[in-house]
Write a protein that binds this ligand. Structure first.
Ligand code: TMP
Length: 214
């Protein structure tokens, strides 16, 4: 049985990452891999409930972070861990880097508290004590907030985060940059300002470089 791989896709709203999920999944499946495509917050019935609350209701940053991590715990236990144990590839639209970027960067919430929640939530039975479940690879679709805002304008009605200011998204980008700097082996930055096909090719190359797709 092949080893499971956990790939997360990150970036600000409007960076275009979600539109590449299915193409990445198809390439992996064509290489003979079983793929689970999922998202955060969400991915289980309970986590999808929590998503509606977190994206729909006003709340303070700690409440928001707690809901994100509660959804994440349910998703990890019921979807991500079983998939990795089967040897599947998990393609996850956002994971904990989004909490550091949005709640930590965007909202300015205490990253030490987020780190504590991360340590509790991502300690899973399959890993030795002290180790945390993290993506094996994070594709960070990086785009200037002003360009992302222009792309989002006129799309469907924005949710609570999509309607934030460009300044908020500048802090989110900085949050991603900080996480990438702390974990350069896991992050691959993709220039999302390129044409759509070039962005997809860069994402595929990152997965191919790991030897996970032919
Ligand atoms: P989506 O639009 O990519 O589905 O993501 C939902 C929104 O939730 C997006 O605006 C980012 C935000 N979010 C957080 O603020 N914190 C998190 O931990 C996650 C996973 C998402």
């Amino acid at each position: 049985m092949p080893a499971g791989h956990f790939i997360s896709l990150e970036g600000i709203d409007g960076a275009g990452k979600s539109s590449h999920l299915e193409a990445l999944a198809a390439a992996l499946r064509a290489s003979g891999r079983s793929v689970v495509v999922t998202r955060e917050p969400g991915g289980t019935p309970l986590a999808e409930h929590l998503r509606k609350l977190a994206l729909g209701e006003p709340m303070d940053a700690l409440t928001e972070a707690l809901l994100m991590f509660a959804a994440r715990r349910d998703h990890l236990i019921h979807v991500i861990e079983p998939a990795l144990a089967r040897g599947d590839v998990v393609l996850c639209d956002r994971f904990t880097d989004a909490t550091f970027a949005y709640q930590g960067g965007g909202r300015g919430f205490d990253r030490n508290v987020l780190g504590q929640l991360e340590a509790w939530v991502q300690a899973v039975p399959a890993l030795a004590a002290g180790r945390l479940r993290q993506p094996d690879l994070t594709l960070w679709f990086d785009l200037a907030p002003a360009i992302a805002a222009a792309r989002l304008a006129g799309a469907r009605a924005p949710d609570k985060f999509e309607s934030q200011s460009v300044a908020f998204f500048e802090r989110v980008v900085q949050g991603y940059a900080d996480r990438a700097q702390r974990d350069p082996g896991r992050f691959v930055r993709i220039d999302a300002e390129q044409a759509r096909e070039a962005v997809l090719q860069d994402a595929l190359a990152a997965v191919r470089n790991r030897g996970w797709v032919a």
